[in-house]
Design a protein around this ligand. Structure first.
Ligand code: SF4
Ligand code: SF4
Length: 178
């Protein structure tokens, strides 16, 4: 009989304990982030989407050699007039990238020609879209607002779609969420 009432007491105490937590949080401000209308700020060293600046890159190949996933490739040719290498294209296979930052750390330019951004909204609708290529002729971004980095990244780079080099309509960068 004592065990019966003890059992009832323990269940009631547990119930009240749970309800107390509910009541405490009922009168506190909500902490749920209404994504995608609201977004959390990422840490200073967050490793988001990689951005590349063809105007800064000196085609030294160091990032290509440092990348453990073998996902960076580039083509450049020596310019006899300037004595420097002219970049033709720079490419990252995001299907292989593990976001390790080694390419950024080894890059000798200041500012870094390749670097992570705080942008974590990476979406690819097709396997071939993982391959992103930048060329010096591609339009350079003007905006610098947080949250638009990925669309700027897409503007700067070009998604490669097939072996014929055709770019699909789906590679058009979508508008960032306001
Ligand atoms: S972050 Fe790492 S895996 Fe990705 S491209 Fe750079 S070096 Fe390669
Ligand atoms: S991104 Fe940096 S490390 Fe890579 S080739 Fe260009 S300058 Fe060299």
């Amino acid at each position: 009989m004592i065990g019966y009432f003890k059992n009832i007491y323990q269940v009631a105490a547990g119930l009240l304990k749970g309800l107390r937590v509910t009541l405490v949080h009922l009168f506190q401000p909500a902490v749920t982030v209404q994504y995608p209308y609201e977004k959390l700020t990422t840490g200073e060293r967050f490793r988001g989407a990689l951005a590349f600046h063809p105007d800064v890159c000196i085609s030294c190949d160091m990032c290509v050699r440092a990348c453990p996933s073998d996902c960076i490739s580039l083509e450049a040719a020596r310019n006899e007039a300037t004595g420097k290498k002219d970049l033709h294209w720079y490419q990252i296979d995001f299907a292989k990238c593990n976001f390790c930052r080694l390419c950024e750390e080894i890059c000798p330019t200041k500012p870094k020609a390749v670097h992570h951004t705080p942008d974590y909204e990476l979406t690819f609708r097709d396997r071939s879209e993982f391959l992103v290529r930048w060329t010096p002729e591609a339009p350079q971004p003007k905006a610098s607002e947080p949250g638009q980095i990925w669309s700027r990244f897409l503007t700067r780079g070009q998604k490669i779609v097939d072996r014929q080099g055709k770019v699909p309509a789906s590679s058009t960068p979508s508008k960032p969420v306001a």
